[in-house]
Design a protein around this ligand. Structure first.
Ligand code: NAD
Length: 497
């Protein structure tokens, strides 16, 4: 059985003290093994990145950007191969894998503007014969730790920008779908990236802890579940590193009584069940304002769900695929069971769907649950499966209060025809990314991505302008070339104009 190894200093490394099974979630079978890096393997990658940094930091930004231009072309040329790998290990249907890859490529396109982003600021004559300017210098070695649910896009949020800013990078992808990261590394090498600038180590907590504590690592970008994000942020910070740690979510959509209900149902069908609900921006809670809106929504949604097609990634007519592991399937099924036990009503039950030819796959069908209330386990926790909860609110204020009270604050959306309500909502909701009749308000690559509350630990979001800030540190230089012969004596008062 093939082993997915590491990519260190421009070479594929297969050495593995330990390995772990990688499943094809559609068949439920083990398809390969992934090497689980020991501490010294991670240290080898950090050493390679540290050595490469000495030259890379001084490589002209335009030359760094040109490599990204070539990398973008190679990503497009190899799109089918990348999407097939995502399908095999994650289970995502090809149209959805293509969507994530395209979003990733947009981040590469943004990274190509590095020379413009790194220009800095300049002021002449801040004092007599004194000029001052700021420049954005790279940090050094940056580590990226990424989740299973976007094996291409989330790494692409991080390393293209970090690298064009002059840093070198060690990526630790999810051990559940590890192959995509290695292919990205090979394409970067083909694009002309010098050895050691980008490295991949596969592994688990041992690899993560090594990256979080190695003094040569200057900064850590993490994306994953909230408990791990919190741990990563605390450990990296305690070790003197800059850290951004993006965590989990529970994204609510408010359905106002005046909403275009057909539009809202169509939007939520994709946003709740697409990618099996395994998106940090999935809309997993519909808060209907008034019983009439709730009844209409439930009626139309249960009707729309009859057409949902769940199946293997190989059939592009499927809407979504399996969840990532058997353990995760059992967890999602458990949340559905707990909802019924705690008094909610299961309107459409997706447990154990029949997928012909894939009887052992980790499938959960689309599930709709009504009469969900605050305090229920299914409401308080992130399910990360194709499960849509319906909560009934008496007013918009009450609906907004629920969202503001929830521990997560990643994304949210309101469906309404009322501009005043929409504006009030976006002004007062305590969530980082807000949609108005837009179900998945994932910011484009030239904005930045980030939730509030326990969905993000750290000051800066991912990619876009925040990404440039995160992967650089400002240096401000103040310079005087005195006019001929003029010399000042010692000055004991604080310099001012
Ligand atoms: P996860 O937290 O299990 O894993 C994320 C990374 O952390 C992986 O690389 C994993 O190997 C590593 N890891 C796991 N356990 C660890 C431990 N004990 N110590 C150190 N490292 C550990 O997350 P996941 O299941 O891969 O991904 C799904 C989660 O990610 C969901 O909660 C989802 O909301 C979140 N997510 C958030 C965003 C965002 O932008 N906010 C984006 C995508 C996914």
């Amino acid at each position: 059985m093939s082993i997915v190894g590491h990519f260190i200093n421009g070479k594929t490394v297969d050495a593995a003290e330990r390995t772990q099974d990688v499943f094809n979630p559609a068949t439920g079978e083990v398809s390969k093994q992934v090497a689980i890096a020991a501490k010294d393997t991670v240290e080898e990658a950090v050493a390679a990145a540290s050595e490469a940094y000495k030259t890379w930091r001084n490589t002209q930004p335009i030359k760094r950007a040109r490599i990204m231009f070539k990398f973008k072309q190679l990503l497009e040329d190899n799109a089918e191969k990348i999407c097939a790998l995502i399908g095999e290990e994650h289970g995502k249907i090809s149209h959805d894998a293509m969507g994530e890859l395209t979003r990733g490529i947009e981040n590469v396109e943004f990274a190509c503007t590095a020379p413009q982003m790194l220009k800095g600021e300049h002021s002449r004559n801040v004092g007599p014969d004194i000029d001052s300017w700021s420049e954005m210098q790279p940090l050094g070695v940056v580590a990226g730790i990424t989740p299973f649910n976007f094996p291409a896009m989330v790494p692409l949020w991080m390393f293209p920008l970090a690298i064009v800013c002059g840093n070198t990078f060690v990526l630790k992808p999810s051990e559940r779908d590890p192959s995509c990261a290695l292919l990205l590394a090979q394409l970067l090498q083909e694009a002309g990236l010098p050895d050691g600038v980008f490295n991949v180590v596969n592994g688990d907590k041992v690899a993560v802890d090594t990256l979080l504590t190695d003094p040569r690592v200057e900064a850590v970008s993490f994306v994953g579940s909230t408990p791990i994000a919190e741990y990563v942020y605390a450990t990296a910070s305690a070790n003197g590193k800059r850290c951004q740690a993006l965590g989990g979510a529970k994204n609510h959509a408010i359905i106002m009584p005046d909403a275009d209900m057909d539009n809202a149902v169509a939007a939520l069908t994709g946003a709740a069940f697409g990618s099996s609900g395994e998106r940090c921006m999935a809309l997993s809670v519909a808060v209907c304002v008034g019983d009439e809106a709730a009844d209409t929504f439930i009626d139309k949604m249960s009707h729309a769900m009859k057409d949902l097609k769940v199946g293997a990634y190989t059939d592009s007519s499927n809407d979504f695929g399996p969840v990532i592991t058997e353990a995760h399937k059992n967890k999602v099924d458990g949340y559905i069971a707990s909802a019924a036990e705690q008094g909610a009503t299961i309107v459409v039950d997706g447990r154990d769907p029949k997928v012909a030819g894939y009887e052992n796959g980790f499938f959960v069908g689309g599930t709709l649950i009504d009469q969900v209330k605050q305090g229920m386990t299914c409401y308080e926790e992130e399910i990360f499966g194709p499960v849509l909860l319906v909560v009934r609110a008496e007013s918009m204020e009450q609906a907004m209060q629920m969202i503001n009270d929830h521990e997560y604050g990643n994304g949210t959306c309101i469906f309404t025809r009322d501009g005043e309500a929409a504006r009030y909502f976006s002004d007062n909701i305590l969530v980082g990314m807000v949609g108005i009749n837009v179900p998945l308000p994932v910011p484009v690559a030239y904005h930045s991505f980030g939730g509030w509350k326990r969905s993000l630990f750290g000051d800066l979001g991912a990619y876009g302008p925040d990404g440039v800030r995160f992967y650089t540190k400002r240096k401000t230089i103040t310079q005087r070339w005195p006019s001929s012969g003029v010399r000042e004596g010692a000055q004991f008062s604080f310099p001012s104009n």
